[in-house]
Write a protein that binds this ligand. Structure first.
Ligand code: SF4
Length: 520
């Protein structure tokens, strides 16, 4: 497959990788300040060979260096393993692997085994009174891989296998017992890893020796950003694989039931109940399969459409950046005249998040929206505001009221909740989900084009907007690029115009010509 065409790197994934690299660097620097010359960093870079890094790591373990950063463990030729780990810490009888990740590894609660970053060793751990573990299976499997390599090299600790994780907050090390029966079926992380690794090794050896493939692609969430998608998509289409319609575990269930192709699924009696799916009712899956065979993006579930409309309408779209804040609230006012300029406007802060100026922009947005509601009411007009997938908007409406409580123009949490729970706040995504079956997904970028809408920016997308935002405000310490801010405004305006267009389309006669599930 070396010559196979690959999808271009996903910019959002690349950004996440760059962020993770920076996070690991920050943790390394913090540790160096704490443990000083007890930490040895294994040389890395484009000119350093992996084999040299293996040799230096082995030498460091032989010398008993207390902390080894950026370790590349000796190849386990018998087990067929290679790989590295961010940090090795020396405990009484050997080394323990520690992973550094840029996601949350605990939740509020109690019971996690943690050590402070100042003493990142298993024997310094205690039962944390403020944190409970987020299991993060992928982290545990990575630790199990390193543990097996350490065992093969003869440098693992005696006794129970343990691995540590330093997470997003980088304030503690969370320790996982890799031999505790915490996995489904009472399995341990090591047992789960062993089973999965041996399975994959068999697949790889079969492929490497040119025998008939024993594994096939099956569409999962990760396919969206996977470089191998062009190859897998072609393979799936040639096989008319059922995962093209129903991805993940549901596809596995359907294959087990003998329904391997979209055609098999389309031919199933929709009232059949012998294949319980987790993602959707089997009847919907059958209709989606029929829609896929006819190359239809959208199918109506019901004969008649019901879209809540009002005299005065506002489409809203918020832009946020990670957990740092919501920097833009874009609004499109339409409907009956209330002596307010109609059209698009954005309430925005270009101070890098997190910042106090976000309170000013949120207060202006809320004041404007409240004013529109009151003016409509004063004229006896009905009012509704629309968004596409309220989860994000609601999260930042509430969080902004909480974070900026008491500041000028900021509503109370109760006022925000009253609005969110009222009939005036409409989630168009919920209506799309209820009214349509969507063969290619329910995202606004998929659905609005069916209604004839297109984005001016060919690269418009939530993930790309993160990159534009970084550049617009100079988040990485670089010079801010105002043109990227303009790009974000165009993107946000198109998003609100897309929801507006979608509503108009769903309320129009065009619905009559859209295929109806019952007719397929
Ligand atoms: S099935 Fe999906 S995730 Fe797996 S290799 Fe293919 S495209 Fe990538």
């Amino acid at each position: 497959m070396r010559e196979a065409q690959k999808a271009p790197p996903d910019p959002a994934s690349e950004q996440r990788k760059a962020d993770a690299t920076q996070h690991r660097r920050n943790v390394a620097d913090a540790l160096i300040k704490i443990v000083g010359s007890n930490l040895m960093e294994i040389p890395n870079g484009p000119d350093v060979k992996a084999s040299d890094r293996e040799r230096v790591t082995l030498a460091a373990m032989q010398m008993g260096v207390p902390y080894i950063w950026g370790a590349v463990l000796p190849r386990d030729l018998t087990g067929g393993r290679r790989g590295g780990i961010d940090l090795l810490v020396k405990d009484t009888t050997g080394y323990v692997p520690v992973l550094v990740v840029r996601h949350k590894i605990t939740d509020p609660g109690q019971g996690a085994k943690t050590s402070p970053l100042t003493i990142p060793l298993p024997h310094s751990s205690r039962v944390d009174p403020l944190r409970k573990v987020r299991p993060q299976p992928r982290d545990q499997l990575r630790l199990a891989h390193a543990q097996r390599q350490l065992q093969a090299a003869g440098y693992a600790v005696n006794g129970r296998a343990t691995g540590g994780v330093i997470g997003m907050d980088a304030d503690v090390v969370v320790w996982h017992d890799l031999e505790a029966p915490t996995w489904p079926g009472g399995r341990t992380a090591l047992a789960e890893y062993d089973a999965r690794f041996s399975d994959r090794l068999t697949v790889a050896i079969t492929a490497a020796t040119g025998r008939e493939a024993i594994a096939h692609a099956s569409r999962i969430v990760d396919c969206k950003t996977c470089p191998w998608w062009p190859t897998c998509e072609q393979d799936l289409k040639e096989r008319r694989d059922v995962s093209l319609v129903v991805r993940g575990e549901d596809a596995v269930m359907l294959r087990k039931a003998g329904l391997s192709t979209v055609d098999d699924l389309a031919a199933l009696d929709p009232s059949s109940d012998h294949v319980p799916l987790v993602g959707m009712p089997i009847g919907d899956a059958v209709t989606l399969a029929k829609a896929w065979l006819r190359d239809l993006t959208l199918v109506r579930r019901h004969e008649t459409m019901s879209i809540p409309r009002a005299d005065v309408e506002v489409d809203v779209d918020m832009e946020s950046f990670a957990d740092l804040g919501a920097y833009m609230w874009g609004c499109l006012l339409s409907g009956k005249d209330i002596d307010e300029p109609q059209g698009y406007q954005a309430f925005v802060t270009w101070d890098p998040l997190p910042c106090q100026d976000e309170a000013r922009s949120f207060a202006e947005f809320w004041t404007w929206l409240t004013g529109i509601r009151l003016r409509a009411k004063a004229r006896g007009y009905s009012f509704k505001a629309y968004c596409y997938n309220e989860l994000a908007e609601n999260r930042w409406l509430i969080a902004s009221a909480e974070r900026f409580a008491g500041m000028p123009g900021i509503p109370t949490k109760a006022q925000v909740k009253e609005f969110i729970e009222s009939d005036s706040w409409v989630d168009l995504f919920g209506i799309v989900r209820e009214q349509f079956l969507c063969a290619h997904g329910k995202g606004l970028k998929t659905i609005a084009p069916v209604a004839g809408f297109s984005w001016r920016d060919p690269e418009a997308g939530g993930e790309n907007s993160m990159r534009w935002y970084r550049d617009a405000v100079g988040l990485d310490g670089s010079e801010p690029l105002p043109e990227q801010g303009e790009r974000l405004l165009v993107y946000n305006e198109d998003d609100v115009r897309a929801t507006h267009r979608l509503r108009e389309w769903m309320s129009s006669d065009a619905m009559q010509s859209l295929p109806f599930a019952g007719d397929l």
